[in-house]
Design a protein around this ligand. Structure first.
Ligand code: NAD
Length: 246
């Protein structure tokens, strides 16, 4: 028996990285998984390989959200889990970045999460069950330098999670946030650690002395998606090798 048997799950940003790991793990635990992303070739390939369904969904696009949710509801009649995972990283200090740069990060990382919650919550509330998992970051737990929009957007995810959880509490819909540290994906290698000595950064900032695999975050997402976390809502779940304790 799988931990997500009979559950219908939507995952954003599922073409690669953490979203892909979550999609594969959820499917292996019995879920029907709808993978969404803007990287269509990669998303189609992952979905075909694991037996999921892929749809193009730019998380900023309200109409696209409605279309995906309509498709899922007409196919299955229910949505049990949404993982709002899609995100981008961006460098720049508050006195350097343009308003356009700031808004682009906020639109994807924060408004995208709001649109996703808004699209699925009515269906989950009607069914009196559901779990929404929002991927924030350790950047949503503390301050930091030279990624102003990213930090702001991830704190917004943490705040939206709490507000939506309280609004959904008595309707059986749980909402929690995950706060990963340094996770070994394209984002970490090509953007977060760009130009840095990786070993030095990891040794300095991670008490466990290593980065995590995407699967180590997916395991936490699985817990929050499943009924194993039935009394968890409005909470932050950190998976960071001890980073935020420093
Ligand atoms: P990634 O870059 O490998 O994956 C991000 C995915 O989001 C990609 O598939 C990308 O195409 C998709 N995406 C980007 N913009 C989109 C949009 N507008 N609409 C739909 N999809 C879009 O990075 P990842 O590490 O797998 O990141 C997953 C999440 O984890 C992100 O929210 C990220 O901010 C967060 N996070 C990552 C780390 C890390 O160290 N990698 C740490 C903390 C938090």
């Amino acid at each position: 028996m799988g931990r997500l048997d009979d559950k219908i799950c939507i995952i954003t940003g599922a073409a690669r990285g953490q979203g892909e790991a979550e999609a594969r793990l959820f499917a292996s635990e019995g879920a029907s998984v709808w993978l969404t992303d803007v990287l269509d070739a990669e998303g189609e390939a992952v979905a075909a390989d694991m037996g999921g369904t892929y749809r193009h969904l730019d998380v900023r696009d309200e109409a696209a959200w409605a279309s995906v949710v309509d498709d899922v509801m007409s196919t299955h009649g229910q949505i049990d889990v949404l993982v709002n995972n899609a995100g981008i990283f961006s460098r720049g200090r508050h006195f350097e970045i343009s308003v356009d740069d700031f808004n682009r990060v906020m639109d994807i990382n924060s408004t995208g999460v709001f649109l996703g919650m808004r699209a699925v919550s009515p269906h989950m509330r009607d069914a009196a069950r559901g779990s929404i998992v929002n991927i924030s970051s350790v950047a949503g737990m503390q301050g930091g330098i030279n990624a102003f929009a990213y930090f702001t957007s991830k704190w917004a995810v943490r705040g939206m999670t709490k507000a939506a959880a309280l609004e959904n509490g008595r309707r059986g819909v749980r909402v929690n946030s995950i706060h990963p540290g340094l996770i070994d994906t394209d984002m970490l290698q090509t953007e977060v650690l760009e130009g840095q000595d990786t070993d030095r950064t990891v040794n300095q900032f991670v008490p466990m002395g290593r980065t995590a695999s995407a699967l180590e975050v997916a395991n936490l997402a699985l817990f929050l998606a499943s009924d194993d976390s039935s009394y968890c809502t409005a909470s932050e779940f950190v998976v960071d090798g001890g980073m935020t304790a420093l």
